[in-house]
Design a protein around this ligand. Structure first.
Ligand SMILES: Cc1ncc(COP(=O)(O)O)c(C=O)c1O
Length: 486
């Protein structure tokens, strides 16, 4: 495929774009329980107009675009106030939760090296912390220890975090809330631990940080997690989740400028312009900044509280329905608007495909370290209007999954569990993908492959995922198809 010889009209281009989008999830109807947060038509319109107005402005250089500096410092100020910080707190706008988490780890690593003389800094995190922290360890060459969580509550115990601390440890991580089960870690206890041991504590509020203060104001029990908790030294919080901003909107906040200093990269040892990057991106569109700033003003605190009330009501209704269903069980006690459920007598993954046929997207999660295979739901304010259709469909899907004979035989399970990274070959990968009905391109159903992945060692499942994406993202005309000898 090459660049088309001649350009076409905007109508033709838009028609092609629309055709490409036809197979996407119908997110605008509030039927997706992950990835999408829907504020409604007016919110979308405000975000689009603000985004388009600043689409091309470049936040790389605030001296050229003081507008973007204004948006960023004001968004950060509002975030700090929302999370009960004081006038010593600082922060930056980033492209998303992962970038915010990466920066928290990078700042901690460089603080450890420059100010504490720790050459090989180490961090301690619960296994429920977002994979972005493991990605940070991987990218920034940090040592880490994953701590198991309580098998009933899915909260990490402060004493288990304490037991993992080493002389080189610089950073503890906890979540408010963690993605998988929507549970908030005991941040006050972990904050006390961080203070007592002279460590940094990052609270990952990427998904829960914005909505939890509203839930607290609505009377829901919410564990303290923000800058009001002594010992918390940085917090990540996304606007592109429950603040309804377009994708590409998050903040990383620090209790002090002394710590944030270690986040900033400057490049004066090359021949070009002076590079001063507070965050990972260098050139960055003003669109997400302007849209986030615009929505904070458009909805205001009162608008967000209204959305949060709808979200809380929907979450409670769904949690109640799951608790009332004898065939599944809710995992832990979710404090935010996310939850997960598992089943003890049948595989849950078919629920995803059954629900997909009914027009809903619910998310499969593989089992790991005490958290068994489950179905995740991120609940949105728009869900409240659909509960009457969603709850019966979910109940029917659970029933159908119970009766499904899509299960792995004991032999198959044993074979899958026996693979190691050394014995798992490209041929085995192709054979398994064919067996799962996924011999190239996007799969029709996800249950077979998830059942297989769940039975494998995580490091082998990781190889399968890498191979799959390595095959998926290839130029269309020459895409090798797994199983087709490519
Ligand atoms: C708790 C938590 N941290 C980090 C992230 C990563 O955020 P993003 O997908 O915006 O990079 C997520 C995403 O859902 C999350 O839930």
């Amino acid at each position: 495929m090459r660049i088309p010889d001649r350009g076409c009209s905007i109508e033709e281009v838009m028609a092609m774009l629309e055709a490409a989008g036809a197979r996407d999830l119908p997110w605008r109807e509030g039927r997706t329980f992950a990835y999408v947060y829907e504020g409604g038509c007016d919110v979308e319109e405000v975000a689009k107009r603000a985004y388009m107005r600043f689409l091309t402005e470049n936040a790389l250089d605030p001296t050229v675009y003081p507008s973007l500096l204004k948006f960023e410092t004001e968004i950060v100020a509002m975030a700090i106030a929302h999370l009960r910080g004081d006038d010593q707190c600082v922060g930056n706008f980033t492209s998303g939760g992962t970038e915010s988490c990466l920066l928290a780890v990078k700042a901690a690593r460089d603080y450890a090296r420059r100010e504490r003389g720790i050459a090989e800094p180490h961090m301690v995190l619960p296994v429920t912390a977002h994979a972005a922290f493991q990605k940070a360890a991987h990218y920034f060459d940090m040592e880490m220890t994953l701590v198991p969580v309580d098998p009933e509550t899915y909260r990490v115990r402060a004493e288990d975090m304490a037991a993992a601390i080493r002389p080189e440890t610089i950073l503890l991580v906890a979540s408010a809330c963690q993605y998988a089960h929507g549970v908030v870690d005991p941040i006050p206890e972990i904050g006390a631990l961080a203070e007592a041991r002279g460590l940094l504590l990052h609270v990952d509020g990427c998904i829960g940080g914005f909505i939890l203060p509203y839930f607290r104001r609505l009377g829901a029990p919410v564990t303290d997690f923000d800058f009001a908790v002594p010992g918390v030294t940085s917090i990540s919080m996304d606007f592109h989740k429950y603040a309804y901003a377009p994708k590409g909107a998050s903040v990383i906040l620090y209790r002090s400028r002394e710590l944030r200093r270690h986040q900033i990269f400057t490049g004066a040892t090359w021949t070009g312009y002076s590079v001063i990057n507070p965050t990972i991106q260098s050139t960055k569109s003003g669109g997400p900044l302007a849209a986030t700033w615009a929505l904070l003003h458009y909805l205001g605190d009162e608008g967000y509280l209204r959305f949060a009330a709808r979200t809380l009501e929907a979450t409670r209704a769904i949690a109640e329905a799951i608790r009332a269903n004898p065939h599944v069980r809710l995992l832990g006690t979710p404090e935010a608007s996310l939850l997960a459920f598992a089943a003890d007598d049948f595989p849950v993954f078919p629920i995803v495909d059954i629900m997909r046929k009914k027009g809903w997207f619910v998310q499969p999660q593989l089992g790991y370290m005490g958290s068994k295979a489950n179905i995740h739901l991120s609940i949105d304010q728009s869900t409240i209007d659909l509960l009457g259709a969603f709850l019966p469909d979910l109940e029917a899907a659970i029933e159908e999954a119970r009766r499904s004979n899509l299960r792995l035989s004991d032999d198959m399970r044993a074979m899958l569990a026996s693979f190691t990274p050394e014995t798992f070959t490209r041929e085995t990968y192709r054979a398994l993908m064919e067996m799962a009905g996924t011999s190239g391109g996007l799969p029709e159903g996800t249950a077979p492959i998830n059942l297989m992945l769940d039975a494998m060692r995580p490091e082998v499942a990781g190889i399968v995922m890498t191979e799959y994406f390595n095959d998926l993202y290839v130029p269309p005309a020459s895409a090798p198809r797994a199983g087709a000898g490519g």
